[in-house]
Design a protein around this ligand. Structure first.
Ligand SMILES: Nc1ncnc2c1ncn2[C@@H]1O[C@H](COP(=O)(O)OS(=O)(=O)O)[C@@H](OP(=O)(O)O)[C@H]1O
Ligand SMILES: Nc1ncnc2c1ncn2[C@@H]1O[C@H](COP(=O)(O)OP(=O)(O)O)[C@@H](O)[C@H]1O
Length: 186
């Protein structure tokens, strides 16, 4: 099973993924791997920037990693901004058992959180030397999913509750496979 998250920077993708990984193992014995966009950009994807083309390539590569893990029975969470609808649909078309989860938080709350200082940098005047261009949802596109399998509003629901909902999605899907007696190839 592959869970592809999408959500703007600071929405809570890493926080939720990490809790889900820990609790799924502890409570249900389910192995979860977190494929974090930010982390892979330091290794496999260090040649990529933030253009549309590079972001699409980024998701394509993360999808490949996720698929290899899912074939070993590991639930692979792709934890990336993943802002383009076409890239998300392509993963769903290409691989079996891909779920789409929207980690959603309004821009004004993200600007307030600004855990990495990116929103401040992106809001600088155009000619400022530290100006950050292409920040998804602020000065670059973020295409919201139209019909995600799960939609979590992290400004309205506390962290543990959000994680719990994602675990529920994973457990329900895993149990359905076991009950039907026809485990999918993931
Ligand atoms: N311009 C710009 N736009 C968006 N993000 C930026 C940018 N510059 C740096 N960062 C940092 O890179 C992280 C996003 O990488 P992703 O691989 O998740 O992005 S994407 O899916 O390819 O859009 C993102 O991580 P998260 O904050 O965890 O989302 C940022 O820390
Ligand atoms: N319900 C929530 N779910 C996830 N994170 C939350 C929530 N409420 C507040 N936060 C905070 O928002 C920030 C999210 O940061 P992070 O997980 O790194 O986001 P992302 O990986 O999407 O960039 C953290 O400081 C976290 O404590």
């Amino acid at each position: 099973m592959i869970i592809q998250l999408c959500g703007m920077s600071g929405a809570g993708k890493t926080t939720i993924s990490d809790i889900v990984q820990r609790k799924a193992a502890k409570l249900y014995g389910i192995r979860v791997a977190v494929i974090d966009g930010d982390v892979y950009r330091r290794t496999l994807n260090r040649d990529l920037g933030y253009s549309k083309q590079d972001r699409i390539e980024n998701i394509k590569r993360l999808g490949k990693v996720a698929y290899q893990l899912s074939r070993k029975g590991i639930v692979a969470i792709i934890s990336a901004i993943n802002p383009y609808r076409d890239a998300r649909n392509e993963l769903k078309r290409k691989y079996p058992a891909v779920k789409e989860v929207f980690i959603d938080c309004p821009l004004e709350v993200l600007i307030e959180r600004d855990t990495k200082g990116l929103y401040k940098k992106a809001s600088l005047p155009e000619d400022h030397p530290d100006k950050l261009k292409n920040l998804s949802g602020l000065n670059d596109p973020f295409e919201k999913p139209e019909d995600p399998d799960l939609h979590l509003r992290t400004d309205r629901m506390e962290t543990d509750k959000c994680a719990q909902q994602l675990i529920k999605l994973i457990v329900e899907d895993t149990s359905a496979d076991l009950i039907s007696g026809s485990p999918k190839s993931t």
